[in-house]
Write a protein that binds this ligand. Structure first.
Ligand SMILES: [Zn+2]
Length: 114
């Protein structure tokens, strides 16, 4: 178990161990970061990591967590992006008595067809 010098945004330079460091690697984009819990303030810190830093941490025994971007990101999108006003309007609609039930009934009618 090797000692790792890292930087906490609250405490500055701290020392931790490879056991407390996790390498986070996105298989889709190839980007990587490392994360650790600051041994002084217990804040969880995550920072981007270059390939060289990743290699050093992995060679020293840090655990690696890999993930892929969700497939939904590749789905075609239609319409304008959702705005804060859209979310507020939707929130108010959900508060209106019977609005959700009416929407479900409309969807069922469309599913069943004429
Ligand atoms: Zn700290």
């Amino acid at each position: 178990m090797a000692t790792v010098r890292a930087s906490c945004p609250s405490c500055g330079d701290v020392e931790t161990t490879t056991r407390a460091v996790q390498v986070l690697r996105c298989a889709t984009t190839g980007s990587a970061a490392y994360a650790f819990v600051c041994p002084t303030c217990r804040l969880r810190v995550a920072k981007e990591a270059s390939e060289r830093v990743v290699r050093v941490l992995v060679d020293a025994g840090a655990a690696v967590l890999s993930w892929e971007m969700p497939a939904e990101l590749d789905e075609p999108r239609q319409g304008a992006p959702v705005t804060h006003d859209d979310l507020l309007s939707f929130h108010l609609d959900l508060l209106a008595p019977g609005w959700l039930e009416a929407q479900v009934a409309t969807l069922r009618a469309v599913e069943l067809g004429p």
